[in-house]
Design a protein around this ligand. Structure first.
Ligand SMILES: Nc1ncnc2c1ncn2[C@@H]1O[C@H](COP(=O)(O)OP(=O)(O)O)[C@@H](O)[C@H]1O
Ligand SMILES: N[C@@H](CC(=O)OP(=O)(O)O)C(=O)O
Length: 454
């Protein structure tokens, strides 16, 4: 059995949804379909999820709710019209949205989640209706009481019982159309995953039914060795290990959500990233171990921005028992996670995603580190990018860091931080955000200039 996930670009309009139906029809193994909300139809289009966030914002600020609600309904109206479906489905969608708009607002985050999730939920209903209209027996299934997730305040993740609850989907006769991006707590409260989280739903479904394959359909022929929006025609990756993909999607490879790997990884279910617009192309396979030996150490280079660095310096820090633990505890008590902690003899830096910080939390952290840990210097710096060079073949390769450093220094940029994890499959450079694309190009030229596919 194959579980498929179709991303926003694959279900952005009627033409794309017809392609989805053809893909499902072309292989009877494709039994379960997770769908996103309609995404971008062209470069500067707006995703339905973003329209919904805008709508939620307008509701909370007493803005122009009517117009924003119509913007969303019109997207579905256009699709319904072009697919030749009965308009009543649009009335159902409009009524559903109005109900969500007037729902409880006491917990703002949950209110926004409820509005946001309607994008996937209503699209799944619409796509199931379309499948049935063309004779493809399909059934919409709600995540309610099945895809059970944790409560606030932690980020949303599926609880172990979700897998047990969803197991029965393996035995249904119809094609299952399941909305991506959200689940419900045990108390029946809707919570969304991170942005891009429909990938996670697809992976949970694949693990629950012990699928033979998880196909993730998007708008590119493969995962590329670098972001195709920055590098012109980057090398295509045919096969990549879970570990490499995890490292790359953690910081920049937005084509597959990093949290989506865990459910399938645990069961060794392979993932195939494929193109809805070119479904016969082989795509990229994410596998536990490679079947072919790549001819080079580096598989991909990713870059992501929006990082801050907390710098802490104290003379004789290395002799002080518990310094690191106490520092990280202060950060934990602000409910903030960290990415890396490179250190010297008398100093330590903590790399944090900037969107977790506020001026108030920064001030509290600096004050506590000064007062409780008696640090000599404590301050935050902002505006950093993390650039990761990743490859299983890097483990036994000497001179790679030297080549990367030389390529970066040729751009004139300073390396603010270097981190090599103990697994040695990645090398992370912290640099000023303004140099990100320049450095990505320099590193790409250094490691891939003469390669065509891997
Ligand atoms: N290394 C990469 N390989 C392939 N695509 C990438 C890479 N890095 C970024 N992308 C971008 O990811 C996009 C697909 O992801 P996304 O926009 O989430 O699609 P979907 O709508 O299918 O969920 C591609 O169009 C591409 O621009
Ligand atoms: N629609 C949600 C979830 C998602 O996964 O979307 P996409 O498949 O378009 O990346 C978002 O925009 O975040």
């Amino acid at each position: 059995m194959i579980v498929c996930k179709f991303g926003g670009t694959s279900v952005a309009n009627a033409e794309q949804i017809k392609k989805v139906a053809n893909i499902i029809k072309s292989n009877p193994q494709r039994r379960i379909v997770a769908v996103s909300a309609p995404g971008k139809r062209f470069g500067d289009d707006i995703k339905v999820t973003d329209l919904l966030i805008d709508l939620a914002d307008a509701v909370l600020k007493n803005g122009n709710v009517h117009e924003k609600l119509n913007n969303v309904v019109n997207r579905y109206r256009e699709i319904t019209d072009e697919l030749g479906l009965d308009y009543t489905i649009c009335e159902v969608i409009a009524a559903d949205l109005s109900e969500r708009v007037s729902s409880d607002k006491s917990k703002v985050e949950l209110f926004i989640d409820n509005i946001k999730a309607s994008g996937e939920d209503n699209n799944a209903k619409l796509i199931a209706a379309y499948f049935n209209s063309i004779g493809l027996k399909a059934k919409y299934i709600s995540p309610k009481d099945l895809l059970v997730v944790n409560d606030l305040p932690e980020r949303t993740y599926a609880l172990p019982e979700a897998y047990e609850n969803l197991k029965f989907l393996a035995d249904t006769k119809e094609i299952i159309v399941f909305p991506g991006f959200f689940g419900y707590t045990k108390e029946g409260i809707l919570r969304t995953f991170d942005r891009g989280g429909s990938d996670i739903t697809g992976s949970i479904l694949a693990a629950a039914v012990k699928a033979d394959l998880y196909e993730n359909f998007t708008d590119v022929d493969s995962v590329f060795s670098a972001n195709p929006k920055v590098i012109n025609q980057p090398v295509e990756i045919r096969e990549i290990t879970y570990r490499e993909m995890r490292e790359l999607s953690y910081a920049g490879f937005s084509v597959f959500h990093d949290e989506a790997l865990m459910p399938v990884f645990k069961l060794g279910i392979p993932v195939n990233i494929k193109n809805t617009n070119n479904p016969t192309a082989p795509g990229t396979r994410i596998v536990p171990t490679r079947t072919t030996t790549p001819g080079r150490p580096v598989t991909g280079i990713s870059a992501d921005n929006g990082f801050s660095i907390l710098y802490v310096q104290k003379y004789l820090m290395n002799r002080e028992i518990g310094f690191g633990r106490k520092l990280l505890q202060i950060i934990e008590e602000e409910y903030i996670s960290f990415e890396h902690t490179p250190s010297g003899v008398d100093d330590i830096s903590v790399i944090i995603r900037s969107n977790q910080l506020t001026p108030e939390s920064e001030e509290r952290i600096v004050k506590r580190v000064k007062e409780e840990l008696h640090a000599d210097d404590v301050h935050f710096n902002h505006g950093f990018s993390m650039i990761s060079i990743v490859g299983e073949g890097m483990r036994n390769n000497t001179g790679l860091a030297a080549r990367a450093c030389a390529a970066i220094s040729n751009t004139g940029a300073n390396i603010e931080m270097i981190n090599q994890g103990s697994s040695e499959v990645s090398l992370v450079f912290g640099v000023l955000q303004k140099y990100e694309n320049q450095i990505l190009r320099a590193l790409y030229d250094e490691f891939f200039a003469t390669v065509t596919t891997c």
